[in-house]
Design a protein around this ligand. Structure first.
Ligand code: ARG
Length: 465
């Protein structure tokens, strides 16, 4: 077909020679944008119905177009459709085969439409679906934390700052911290959905169309609550993609922080938790090894997910209005982020359901490290000692303990009174981990009463209560 005097492209009318094969290979996107076939077909069907409604095509032409598109969808799904790289992208691959199937009716489908408004429509339909899917996966993950919080309710562990033992907390409080983190991720995606959920079709190449189209009809057909307000903005806007990639970037960062904790907790040094064997791998040389590769990979994959956000931001930087072919570079980062984040969330949820905590080690860990020193200072405050003085007094007591290899709980009343004479028998109520945890009974605190309420709220939120 290729020769020196004509182009065989759908847009080839004004061309006098065929595209160079290097240029063809370089610009083709079909090997990745074929993923948009369902959305492209749904968009085309809605567009065709509108064309029939306003009289730009006949009822019988509409029938042929719809039947042809349905046939194409089935062929793609059964892997019998032949994608042709010389037809560049998913839009022209489908349109070309439609014309081959139904002839002139198919040639009318692209009336009042450009690939510029078509491609952004497809991405919006695709991301609408994927955002909802990821929100669902986030809920599944949250259920994992809530189930662990319920199972271990009452178990105390060290809480850390600077990776040093700080104050005792309930393990359930720690689990519910992740519930909150991933809740914000769901909110972010839901918010981003408002910007995704806008119909760009009807913007044409950049300036709209002279043909009598009905955009509101198409919006209703495709379930868009809004139509874009400016045709130039509509074909060049990829902000919704940046927002989606940013929201996913933060999800992966959250997963990475969690992964780091899992790697630490399952180390021999901590021995706080164990991951089920089915989510671990061994070493090819060291027979004793059981490695936390899933959290490590999730942590490692945050690089590509953050990178994808930077890629698209960089593609957009300095782009003049309106559509530029640079924008084709938005797709691979989006697809990679969708795949990576979805898989990471799925694996992490499964891993949580096979995670077990070592009650003995956790209990023991709360008995050392002077983690109730703040409680002792607050005890002195209640006895009318200014906090700064109380801090100094307890600091001295801690130094004494370090010097004599003791814990605060080992000190006798007499020894304690040596640091301050306001200390009385009731001090022992605050020196133990349990009293310490339960004294922090302010809203958002780690006392069992607060955590129980938070857990119930989370269960209600997730519909598992
Ligand atoms: N494959 C293109 C993309 O992803 C579709 C739009 C092409 N439009 C154009 N005028 N060449 O952006």
């Amino acid at each position: 077909m290729k020769n020196k005097t004509e182009s065989n492209k759908p847009w080839g009318g004004r061309f006098t020679e065929a595209t160079a094969s290097s240029a063809e290979a370089f610009s083709a996107s079909i090997h990745f944008d074929m993923r948009l076939y369902r959305h492209d077909i749904a968009g085309s069907k809605a567009h065709a119905k509108m064309l029939a409604k306003v009289g730009l095509i006949s009822g019988s032409e509409l029938e042929q177009i719809l039947a042809g598109l349905t046939e194409i969808e089935a062929e793609i799904e059964s892997n019998t459709f032949v994608f042709r790289p010389e037809l560049e992208d998913i839009h022209m691959n489908i349109e070309k085969v439609l014309v081959e199937k139904v002839g002139q009716a198919g040639e009318k489908l692209h009336t009042a439409r450009s690939r510029n408004d078509q491609v952004t429509l497809d991405m919006r339909l695709y991301l609408r679906e994927e955002s909802q899917h990821i929100i669902g996966l986030l809920s599944d993950l949250q259920k994992g934390f809530v189930q662990l919080a319920r199972e271990y309710l009452g178990l105390i562990m060290p809480g850390y700052t600077h990776m040093q033992r700080a104050q005792p907390v309930l393990l359930s409080h720690h689990m519910l911290a992740y519930f909150e983190m991933f809740n914000r991720d769901k909110e972010r995606l839901s918010d981003c959905l408002k910007r995704i959920n806008v119909l760009p079709l009807g913007s044409g190449a950049l300036a709209g169309t002279s043909l009598p189209i009905d955009r509101d009809f198409v919006a209703r057909e495709l379930g868009f609550p809004k139509v874009s307000a400016n045709s130039m903005d509509a074909v060049s806007d990829r902000d919704f993609i940046v927002e989606f990639l940013a929201a996913c970037g933060l999800i992966q960062i959250h997963l990475s922080r969690l992964s780091e904790e899992l790697v630490l907790w399952t180390s021999q040094e901590f021995s706080f938790a164990a991951i089920a064997d089915r989510y671990c791998t061994g070493s090819s040389i060291m027979p004793q090894k059981k490695n936390p590769d899933m959290p490590e990979l999730i942590r490692g994959k945050s690089g590509r997910v953050v990178g994808n956000l930077i890629t698209v931001l960089t593609v957009l930087k300095g782009l003049p209005m309106t559509y530029n072919r640079d924008l084709q570079e938005d797709k691979e980062p989006v697809f990679d982020t969708v795949d990576t984040v979805s898989q990471s969330l799925t694996v992490m949820s499964e891993l949580l359901s096979g995670l077990s905590f070592n009650r003995e080690t956790l209990k023991h860990a709360t008995e050392t490290g002077f983690m109730t020193a703040t409680d002792l200072a607050e005890y002195l405050v209640l006895k009318n000692i200014p906090f700064r003085q109380a801090h100094g007094i307890v600091g001295k007591a801690v130094a004494f303990c370090i010097k004599n290899s003791k814990e605060l709980t080992d000190l006798t009343l007499k020894e304690l009174q040596g640091f301050s004479d306001v200390i009385a028998e009731d001090v022992f109520g605050v020196l133990g981990a349990e009293g310490s945890v339960n004294s922090r009974n302010t809203s958002g605190g780690t006392a069992i009463a607060q955590v129980t309420k938070a857990l119930e709220r989370a269960e209600t939120d997730l519909g598992i209560r």
